[in-house]
Ligand binder design. Structure first.
Ligand code: NAD
Ligand code: TYD
Length: 374
């Protein structure tokens, strides 16, 4: 067995954020063995990692995180010392239709990984020394905030001084509303319980909405880019007034790398962009950008905006205070939103084959079932 300095399993590495994390680690650390463990659900796509699939320090393993025996065997075979856990069912609308799948993967799957890691690491002479279980979670576990400041205003790191206590902090009490966020909250509790009960070296991070290349087109930004391209209606839930805090996915991957290496054990770190947008405002930016890049008159596709029945239990506003991550580890987002959205739209338009491959087959059935009757 080659003498790699670290042996890390990234779960969910074929998904949106996971593929950026795998790419970053494989390229940045040739002396690390990076094992991408993914079940390849509808959201997993090995085409996301074409550029690193032949790297000598990379291995893909098709596995369900709920398969305890298979994961325990992989831990032994690869002598895994680090786990970066991203595999999950991740779409709120799907969780409303099918909550059981979310409980199975997000809760039972996380517990299965934790228990297998515990048994393997505790069997070693050095036990938990040099080990790490890093769980990637979401800001949605905190619930929803009110619109108490001018929503849609892109904030900076001084916003807390202006708007007071109006952000999710690491100390904010969990208050999940959707089956998705309830399942993620539950998995976060299990991870912390494995530290508190067994001394496992765990870390949890809670991040805001990500955007960028390779996101499955059921999420707002890639869905709308693709619909504008095909001049299909853009289903805006409710009045389009919900607010999200958007972070470029590569900045999230950089944060994950930093926290995996330098974060303090048993800590929670919030990751966000201080970049809040009302949905309808971000949608208008996306429409103008797609139009311009496709050579259509800017704004010509505004008439595709179609207000539809609101999402059940739709959280009004998410906003993250990530000052702890900045002050402890020096992280902050690198990309301005205007630049990030321009690059993102350009990427989807330049990679139409990637999009067309995903949106052929079962996707159309999914799309119709999601939007039928709205
Ligand atoms: P995604 O849906 O794009 O990818 C999820 C990946 O997990 C897919 O590759 C899928 O095949 C895999 N997977 C699903 N079930 C599995 C199972 N049972 N066993 C093994 N693999 C399985 O999700 P994403 O947007 O990349 O999110 C990744 C993680 O980050 C999730 O844990 C999510 O909760 C969290 N997160 C996402 C965002 C966001 O904006 N997308 C924000 C904060 C946190
Ligand atoms: P989404 O990308 O599903 O992320 P999340 O629900 O995790 O925040 O949705 C982002 C916002 O966009 C959310 O407020 C719901 C809204 N939305 C629409 O208005 N229409 C859509 O078709 C989708 C997918 C989302």
């Amino acid at each position: 067995m080659k003498n790699y300095t670290r042996r890390i399993v990234v779960t969910g590495g074929a998904g949106f954020i996971g593929s950026h994390v795998v790419r970053l680690l494989v390229n940045k650390y040739p002396d690390y063995r990076i094992i991408n463990l993914d079940k390849l659900t509808y959201a997993g796509n090995l085409a996301n990692l074409k550029d690193v699939e032949d790297a000598p320090n990379y291995r893909f393993v098709k596995m369900d995180i709920c398969d305890f025996d298979a994961f325990y065997a992989l831990m032994q075979e690869e002598q895994v010392d680090g786990i970066i856990h991203l595999a999950a069912e991740s779409h709120v609308d799907r969780s409303i239709k099918d909550p059981f799948t979310f409980a199975r993967t997000n809760v039972m799957g996380t517990l299965s990984l934790l228990q297998a890691a515990k048994l393997y690491w505790e069997s070693l002479p050095e036990k938990y020394e040099g080990k790490r279980f890093y769980h990637i979670s979401t800001d949605e576990v905190y619930g929803a905030l009110e619109l108490t400041h001018p929503e849609g205003v892109a904030c900076d790191f001084s916003a807390h001084e202006v708007y007071g206590d109006d952000f999710f902090r690491e100390s904010t009490k969990y208050n999940p509303h959707s089956p998705y966020s309830a399942s993620k909250a539950s998995s976060d509790h299990f991870v912390r319980a494995f530290h508190d009960t067994y001394g496992m070296p765990t870390i949890v991070t809670n991040c805001s909405n990500n955007y960028g290349p390779y996101q499955f087109p059921e999420k707002l930004i890639p869905l709308f880019i693709n619909n504008i391209r095909h001049r299909r209606p853009l289903p805006v839930y409710g009045k389009g007034e919900n607010v999200r805090d958007w972070l470029y996915v590569v900045d999230h991957a950089r944060a994950i790398d930093l926290i995996f290496h330098k974060g303090r054990i048993a800590e929670t770190y919030n990751i966000g962009g201080f970049n809040e947008w009302k949905n309808i405002d971000i949608i208008k930016v996306v429409i103008r950008t797609v139009d311009r890049l496709l050579g259509r008159p800017e704004g010509a596709d505004m008439d595709l905006i179609t207000y539809v029945t609101d999402r059940a239990g739709h959280d009004l506003r998410y906003a993250i205070d990530s000052r702890k991550l900045k002050s402890e580890l020096g992280w902050e987002p690198t990309l301005q939103f205007e630049q990030g959205i321009e690059e993102t739209v350009k990427w989807y338009l330049d990679n139409q084959k990637w999009m067309d491959n995903i949106t052929s087959g079962d996707y159309e059935k999914y799309y119709e079932s999601m939007y039928a009757g709205r």
